[in-house]
Design a protein around this ligand. Structure first.
Ligand SMILES: [Zn+2]
Length: 393
């Protein structure tokens, strides 16, 4: 099996079993090499961060695409980053039988994220009130080298840098065999044993037999609570959204009435609105950053209260490929996009804490136009092109 980067669902032609790829820790990939066969390869780890950095500023929310790498060892002997290689070259998952010494990363992921944030915040007008990564994919890429009188880059088979110091000892760099577990989960429903459905990049597996939804995570398959809004169109397409109940500290935002006041909506607060619980909404699919934020804001402001049915939609549905964890990370960014007046409210944002309490996956029906998916009831329009292009994000 050769795996592309976004493949999660695998099918083995030989034993005819489908399984879901779920490593412990991070996905670990390797670059191809052209080293002569007698060379002992050393594999140097690089963090690769792919995603979108949202920054809330007084003037609005800015986003930047990040696809960057950083050496995870902080050693001056090897290049600081992979340059364009992580994007341009064919990456393969590291197999446990790969020869060579795989060096240990010692730059913590959290520190790497700080460095990346700083680098990708250049030119933003301060103050930066809040920053978060959404749609983030963090992986390790191993680059091959071998040692002669200089370090040789085994991708091109070409020496790099100055001669290595005489007291250099490879053994002082921690490393070993790539014997970390790969982690394959069978795609059989834990409830009824049915072979579940899902596209290769899907993060939710659907059991159409017992009508359950499962999210593969490090501890196995976890059940996802779900529902759908009954269809109101001919030939609908159902798009998935996360509806998230959260506790907001530092701002009164518990009810629909609170939302009307916080977002300064042109409505007169009715007494019963104090009893209607407030929920955040965000797409459960990857989409262009500006559209992601617009959809989240518009749905959160409209607080859909359609009748929900706790069954899978029968018609076409778009795969879930943005995990609830990512949507939760975006809650404060969504909040920052609608609190008003911004001059007065946005400075409060750094001290506000938004903590998710529970969530529901909700499929909402859209009618299909030539260029867009439309839901007039919630005044939503999603350009089809942006949805398909988002596969690359
Ligand atoms: Zn089942």
């Amino acid at each position: 099996m050769v795996l592309s980067e976004s493949d999660r669902l695998l099918y083995c032609d030989f034993c005819r079993v489908r399984s879901y790829l779920m490593p412990k820790g991070y996905f670990r990939y390797m670059l191809p090499h052209k080293a002569p066969e007698d060379k002992d390869l050393i594999w140097v780890p690089y963090w690769r961060l792919k995603g979108i950095l949202y920054s809330t500023l007084m003037t609005g929310t800015q986003h930047r695409f990040i696809d960057a790498s950083l050496q995870a060892m902080q050693s001056s002997l090897f290049p600081v980053s992979l340059g364009l290689r992580s994007q341009a070259m064919k990456l393969r998952l590291v197999a446990s039988h790969t020869p060579g010494r795989f060096l240990h990363p010692d730059l913590p992921a959290a520190r790497m994220l700080e460095i990346m944030n700083e680098r990708f915040s250049a030119g933003l007008t301060p103050p930066i009130l809040h920053q978060t990564h959404i749609g983030e994919a963090l992986s390790l890429i191993y680059a091959p080298f071998y040692i002669e009188d200089r370090i040789v880059d085994a991708v091109l088979n070409r020496p790099i840098g100055s001669p290595i110091p005489e007291d250099f000892m490879l053994e002082t760099l921690k490393g070993g065999k790539p014997d970390w577990p790969t982690g394959f989960l069978p795609t059989l429903c834990p409830e009824c044993g049915w072979d579940m459905k899902g596209r290769s990049d899907s993060l939710a597996l659907l059991c159409e037999n017992c009508e359950t939804v499962w999210n593969p995570d490090r501890n196995g398959l976890r059940s996802i609570p779900f529902a759908h809004v009954p269809n109101a169109f001919d030939n609908p397409v159902f798009l998935p959204f996360w509806r998230i109940k959260a506790k907001v500290k530092g701002l009164q935002l518990r009810s629909y009435a609170d939302l009307v006041r916080t977002a300064n909506l042109p409505r007169v607060v009715q007494e019963k609105w104090e009893e209607i619980g407030f929920r955040f909404w965000a797409p459960a699919f990857k989409i262009r950053p500006r559209v992601f934020l617009n959809l989240s804001r518009n749905l959160t402001l409209s607080q859909p209260r359609d009748k929900l049915v706790t069954r899978l939609p029968r018609q076409r549905s778009h795969p879930v490929n943005l995990p609830v964890r990512e949507a939760v990370e975006g809650l404060k960014t969504i909040l920052g996009s609608f609190i008003k007046p911004p001059q007065k409210m946005l400075p409060l944002l750094p001290d506000i804490v938004v903590k998710a309490k529970s969530f529901l996956l909700v499929w909402i029906p859209f009618s299909e136009g030539h260029h867009e998916y439309l839901n007039p009831h919630h005044q939503l329009a999603i350009n089809k092109n942006q949805l398909s292009l988002a596969g690359n994000l």
